[in-house]
Write a new protein. Structure first.
Length: 102
């Protein structure tokens, strides 16, 4: 009887470790890019949203504003206390701001 309880606990522990590994792998591969000053510096005026997302990953939040003469979209990336803001005018980078330090 003691041997079967030991096997059960061992199987549960093994499955738990597998779940932890899967959560870690999925968390780091599905848009979990780390925002650094170096990759924010790669973002330049005139880039498309797709280009920005290929560098920084998907934004934490998006604010869309449609005006009669132009469309303005703001991507916000939050990482801890740091915030990176990318402003698009007509789907091209117009400005960026960052609180990241070296």
């Amino acid at each position: 009887m003691n041997m079967s309880i030991f096997r059960l606990v061992s199987q549960i522990a093994t499955r738990f470790r597998l779940v932890l590994v899967l959560v870690f792998v999925l968390g780091t591969s599905c848009g979990g890019k780390r925002i650094t000053k170096a990759n924010v510096d790669e973002v330049t005026e005139g880039m498309s949203k797709k280009q920005v997302e290929s560098i920084l990953g998907p934004p934490t939040s998006i604010d869309n504003q449609d005006f009669l003469i132009m469309k303005k979209t703001t991507y916000v990336y939050r990482q801890g206390k740091d915030v990176v803001t990318i402003v698009f005018k007509d789907d091209k980078v117009q400005a960026k701001d960052s609180t990241l330090s070296e």
